[in-house]
Design a protein around this ligand. Structure first.
Ligand SMILES: Cc1cc2nc3c(=O)[nH]c(=O)nc-3n(C[C@H](O)[C@H](O)[C@H](O)COP(=O)(O)OP(=O)(O)OC[C@H]3O[C@@H](n4cnc5c(N)ncnc54)[C@H](O)[C@@H]3O)c2cc1C
Length: 530
């Protein structure tokens, strides 16, 4: 077997791995990307799972992808284009009413006022509060987190963050701490009286988490609502033209233009190291590649516990990695349909504004809490919370003429089921999700052409995410910033010289941001490993 030599090898062709590869390639390095699957994108992938249907099989909406990366890598030149969503959300209720919200502030005010005039007045103030907090937190996403327990430089960086925090003033700083550590429910309860509004906003808070809105830690994701941007407009979530996989496709095209080699169908089985320094990787098929730098964009369970032997790593590091929480209660169902769902509360044939954004099925705070309660005891929710999107309403090029793709992001359905297996429950649970949507949109079930069901076990098998955890490890405060993935190793370096992390397992965690990949590339270039 040949052992071709590179300056750097990237494990995984998800969007973060490709971002790292592109920045290293742009800096003149000889780079190889090894991807296990035959498609690029990882969890942010577009796949033609049925002829003519381009499905964003896992991730489906974007605002978080860093604008700096789009500019630096000239991704628009390589086909990247955002399509804003307006309205951005639609929640139908069992009593025949609905709540539509979006970037259009006047429309949002009118809609919320249907449920509470006071909430309609408070909503812009709530958004302003989240924006103040986001103004402080967002710049941290592209920081290399300091290690509070080592080096003067780290302390100075911490001091700078502390000064920024101080500038928020007591009131906003208190809000920021609550957003970072608290539960969504008490915050929403303080701001609003309408359960319909609170339930709509709470779904944002629990997305991808195995926690209900009443649990501490859920408030953090609330601020994603005002973060990121779509074509320069802050806080607007959009679709990516051609499917979310176009982020990876355009990044791969940029990387290749800098000379990066990208090899799909190349499953890494081992990271090879000698005397505490990485020397390369070996594939499952036996091929070997050598490099003084290996950057892994897969999670820590795979990187350290599967691709390496424990005795190659310090025991306390291994112990910390073993504690990472991969709990998950997410199911993704992709559906090809012959017509858009027609909601009882907003009848009419064809595509309407209700189809542009996220269609929330989770009509009350109690509904969401009870869905979690089932999962807590090892059962898929009897009444699951559904976040449905139909990107074909905005991008008809994704499906054959007149046909549509519905993406259902479903909670809560735990990886570990009590007294049964996902093979036994997969279709039964999907049928239940279809029944739930059908209660609101009675044409839905008859419109189904085909479906793909991805339980937490399938998410793990297909995308290589341990436990089906969509963030490569939970996003609790104890696993964020200087503590992600584990304390002492948040700067993308690992105990093995030349081995780096560059994916969602590292700061700033899950989401299609590219920030982990970009931050890692800067650290690698700074280290000048030979
Ligand atoms: C169902 C679902 C829905 C989501 N929805 C959204 C959303 O709408 N918006 C959003 O911002 N975020 C969303 N997320 C989260 C987001 O998609 C991920 O956090 C992000 O894509 C992670 O990117 P990454 O490049 O760090 O890792 P990954 O995307 O996990 O990429 C890692 C890559 O490594 C490859 N790999 C694994 N093992 C090996 C091996 N042995 N050898 C070689 N390659 C290997 C994988 O195939 C994969 O391509 C969602 C995630 C899921 C699962």
């Amino acid at each position: 077997m040949t052992t071709a030599r590179y300056d750097a090898i990237i494990i995984g062709g998800g969007h973060n791995g490709l971002v790292t590869a592109a920045y290293l390639g742009k800096a003149g390095k000889k780079v190889l990307v090894l991807e296990r699957r035959d498609v690029l994108g990882g969890c942010a992938v577009t796949e033609e799972i049925w002829p003519g249907y381009k499905v964003s099989t896992a991730a489906y909406v974007n605002s978080l992808f860093r604008p700096e990366i789009i500019r630096d890598l000239e991704l628009k030149k390589h086909g990247f284009q955002m399509l804003p969503r307006s309205p951005s959300s639609f929640t139908p209720f069992p009593d025949g009413r609905y709540l539509m919200m979006g970037p259009d502030k006047a429309m949002t005010h009118r809609e919320i006022a249907k449920f509470s005039a006071k909430d309609a007045e408070n909503y812009p103030k709530y958004e302003a509060m989240l924006t103040r907090v986001a103004d402080f937190l967002e710049p941290q996403l592209t920081q290399i987190p300091p290690d509070p327990f080592s080096g003067l430089g780290n302390l100075m960086q911490l001091g700078k963050i502390g000064l920024g925090f101080r500038k928020l003033g007591r009131k906003t700083a208190t809000e920021a701490v609550e957003i970072l550590t608290g539960a969504a429910t008490p915050i929403l309860d303080r701001w609003f009286e309408s359960d319909q509004l609170k339930a709509t906003l709470a779904t944002d808070a629990v997305i991808g988490a195995f926690a209900p809105p009443s649990h501490p830690g859920t408030a953090y994701v609330l601020f994603h609502h005002v973060m990121g941007e779509c074509d320069g407009v802050r806080g607007v979530w959009g679709y990516v033209k051609g499917g979310i996989g176009m982020i990876a496709q355009s990044t791969a095209a940029a990387a290749k233009s800098y000379g990066v080699e990208v090899r799909p169908n190349s499953e890494v089985a081992r990271i090879v190291s000698k005397n505490g320094a990485v020397t390369g990787v070996a594939l499952k098929d036996g091929a070997e590649f050598s490099a003084p730098v290996v950057a892994s964009s897969v999670d820590c369970n795979l990187t350290f516990l599967k691709f390496m032997a424990e005795d190659e790593l310090p025991a306390d590091f291994v112990a910390a990695v073993k504690k990472i929480d991969y709990a998950s209660a997410t199911v993704k169902i992709n559906v090809a349909v012959s017509e858009p769902p027609q909601f009882k509360c907003l009848p009419g044939a064809g595509i309407g504004p209700q189809h542009h954004g996220t269609m929330h099925i989770g009509p009350s705070m109690e509904y969401i809490e009870r869905a979690y309660d089932d999962a807590k005891y090892g059962k898929p929710a009897t009444n699951p919370m559904l976040e449905c999107t139909m990107a074909t309403a905005v991008d008809p090029s994704l499906a054959p003429a007149g046909k549509h793709i519905i993406s259902m992001f479903v909670q809560y359905a735990p990886y570990h089921l009590k007294d049964t297996t996902w093979d036994a429950e997969r279709d039964r649970f999907a049928d239940r999700c279809f029944d739930v949507l059908n209660e609101y949109a009675p044409n839905f079930k008859a419109s189904v052409i085909d479906r793909q069901i991805l339980t937490p076990v399938d998410l793990e098998r297909v995308y290589g995410i341990t436990g089906g955890n969509i963030m490569q490890g939970s996003m609790n405060l104890s696993s964020m910033f200087s503590f992600r993935p584990v304390a002492g190793f948040a700067n993308y370096r690992t105990p093995v010289r030349g081995l780096y992390l560059c994916g969602a397992a590292a700061h700033p965690g899950g989401g299609v941001m590219g920030a982990a990949g970009w931050n890692a590339a800067r650290v690698i270039l700074k280290d000048k490993v030979r």
